[in-house]
Design a protein around this ligand. Sequence first.
Ligand SMILES: Nc1nc2c(c(=O)[nH]1)N[C@H]1C(S)=C(S)[C@@H](COP(=O)(O)OP(=O)(O)OC[C@H]3O[C@@H](n4cnc5c(=O)[nH]c(N)nc54)[C@H](O)[C@@H]3O)O[C@H]1N2
Ligand SMILES: Nc1nc2c(c(=O)[nH]1)N[C@H]1C(S)=C(S)[C@@H](COP(=O)(O)OP(=O)(O)OC[C@H]3O[C@@H](n4cnc5c(=O)[nH]c(N)nc54)[C@H](O)[C@@H]3O)O[C@H]1N2
Ligand SMILES: [Mo]
Length: 752
Amino acid sequence: MANTWGYGAMTNHLGDIQNAKSIIIFGANPAVNHPVGFKNFLKAKEHNNAQLIVVDPRYTRTAAKADMYAHIRPGTDIPFMYGMLHIIFKNGWEDKDFIKNRVYGMDEVIKEAKKWTPSKVADVTGVPEERLYQITRAFATRKPGTLIWAMGLTQHSIGSSNTRMAPILQLALGNMGVAGGGCNILRGHDNVQGATDMCCLSHSLPGYYGLSDGSWKYFAKQWGVDYNWLKGRFKSKKWMNTKGFTLARWYEGVIKEDPIHTSAPIKALWVQGNGITSIARQASVQKALDKLDLIVVAEPFANEAAILTNKKDGVYILPTATQFENEGTVTATNRSAQWRSKVVDPMYESKTDQDIMFAFAKKFGFYNEFVEGMKLRADKKHGKLVKAKKDFKWPEDAVDEVARIIKTIGLTGWTSERLKRHQKNWHMFNEVTIAGMGPMKGEYYGLPWPCWTTTHSGSPILYDINLSVAQGGMGFRNRFGLEHNGVSQLAGPEATIKGAKVRGGYPELHRDNIEKVLGIKLTPAQKAAMGKNWKVDISDQIAELALKAGVAPYGNAKARAYVWTFPDKIPMHREPLHTPRYDLAKKYPTYKDKPNHYRVDTRYASVQKKDWSKEFPLNLVTGRLVTHSGAGLIERSSKYLTKHNPEMFCDINPNLAMQHGIKDGDMMWVHSPEGTKIKVRARYTYSVSEDRVFLPFHWAGEMQGVDLSENYPEGTKPYSIGEAANTVTNYGYDIITQIPETKGGLCRIEKA
Ligand SMILES: Nc1nc2c(c(=O)[nH]1)N[C@H]1C(S)=C(S)[C@@H](COP(=O)(O)OP(=O)(O)OC[C@H]3O[C@@H](n4cnc5c(=O)[nH]c(N)nc54)[C@H](O)[C@@H]3O)O[C@H]1N2
Ligand SMILES: Nc1nc2c(c(=O)[nH]1)N[C@H]1C(S)=C(S)[C@@H](COP(=O)(O)OP(=O)(O)OC[C@H]3O[C@@H](n4cnc5c(=O)[nH]c(N)nc54)[C@H](O)[C@@H]3O)O[C@H]1N2
Ligand SMILES: [Mo]
């Protein structure tokens, strides 16, 4: 099970942050979580005197390096950003030309921003008016400015609105599509972007192709399997086009705490590369694990899913090789690919992830279908697939298959041959621009997507119309039709991409409009070979002809500030399901309960109808430590890293602690509205205020005061075990993505 908690990649890249004159960080702590990349932030300060602004409910190590810091109440970033927009529009600091030519729906945003006066913002967010004004002025007047976010914005019931709000702020300032600007989402694991792009998710096919008949048929062709065979893998056709459960709530499919909508309950769990103890609401996860018929964990350590469960049989741990014992590509946070070489052969009896999957496919009788796509090549001239070889070579043929199929985000140029060349020449690229030199001239490091053709440079900065498409320029994608409410969705006449034959905006290209849009005439042979649109064009002619005309195949449209298909057309503030300001929940209520979302009903209003803050008055913030990662098993299995953080703890303000008679180093209980509790050591710090506590989520192996040591197979127990923060994280899920509200809950504390 791969997982993708963040969403959105960097529009620019880490080196480009050095070009920024101002940097605003919402809910990210790169000094701790991206410490190597953080050097670029510090260089921007040193070289450009860039103003570093941090918005975080805790005074973090990143905040310690900042010029300005806003101590925000968790879950109130939307009011904060509307407050910024309020001041921006009032002072005329917005980029009017950019908005006119490249943005749809800003009027609605302006209307909403008017309501968020600084005094109102101060009341909701806890950030004083003067601080909001200082920050806004610094960010709006020192351009270009880059906007950074990570999990502090996403892990909320309004996470998807948060991640729309931030780009709106950048669109208003015209900070998109420029060096030193952009929305730069710092992603998590080294390959979380790759996992997302390959859609290790339940709602889409690889490359974000939707669950539609057209996509399935395209993939059947590209995989070299019969469409009907694929269909036959599902209970019925309906389920083929229906989203599955999310990682966040797979357990509902077993224990059905909320009503589910599926063809059959889940009976077996296969875990490959996820901690499981990193999922919110561990008590429910534990119940589900106990109830399963079968649990298989394929990974390098004794995954603590197998420890958490009380199940005594039907649990298998398959020793899996690490990245150092394997070869292939990964995708970085800025959409660029990296070839990774094997350091040593798989040790002991472990097998690589792909060999485990191959063995699985053999056992279940679909091995031939599973690997067939790697043996095919595109006959571009005829727009057909041909079988090129009897057997495949791993990983080259897998990489080439991805390049051949995934056109939506432009992976066509990511051939194994090119990516290996980048690895060999990684010293031939500029750190700040990632442009190649010497033999790598004309290419950007890792060919950041979209990399439209097998000779394209890659695109280091998305949506830059001042760069030719051949050098990585492009407009916004035309994804949502030509017009809405009578307003054109295409970019305005002044937003012509540099060197393009087509003036201003134009629609995404398909077989039926390409002649008209590009002003060309296709030969009958060209037409016959061409796919229906640029996303399924095996001949790659649409992309190649587009590039010849200096345009990107996906069109040149306006960015949407107003999304007519979402529950909130423009981002709206809604209080977390468990809020310490119940007075505001009435004014800014959450959503209505949502039926059948990723196969499970999700509660919103029915949770918020109770004032939980009476019993649970403290905000619960969870996050990361520099010495540990994710579920923490890897680091807790290291003697040396364990020494730095030997024990699970709770960061607590001394004044709050004293109210409960908790001394520094005492054991304390943290209770949650779920009726669960954890016992952890108190750590005094002023980095959290008296109204909130912080828990790292890197521990497992204890459950509500119970030590689970006995469940570790001999010799596998890590040097440190502890309570999981996720035993007390609250119910609550994002309305679009179902990311858990692990940064927006409440708790109560007590001396243990
Ligand atoms: N409360 C709270 N919970 C959170 C978060 C939070 O901020 N607060 N953050 C969330 C986020 S953003 C994320 S990404 C998740 C992270 O949570 P997880 O993804 O669960 O974290 P990891 O520990 O990185 O888990 C990866 C597992 O993969 C194993 N592994 C490593 N290399 C390989 C390999 O090559 N092959 C295989 N098969 N396995 C391998 C590791 O041993 C480890 O057990 O946690 C989420 N949970
Ligand atoms: N050392 C280390 N590095 C890591 C990881 C790790 O586990 N350890 N994990 C990797 C992964 S998978 C990911 S996704 C990234 C995550 O990287 P980050 O997102 O930086 O990680 P977090 O510490 O979970 O959260 C960041 C900050 O969000 C703040 N925050 C919480 N709620 C809010 C809010 O409502 N508003 C605002 N503005 N801020 C809020 C928290 O106080 C915290 O300081 O890190 C990656 N890097
Ligand atoms: Mo993550």
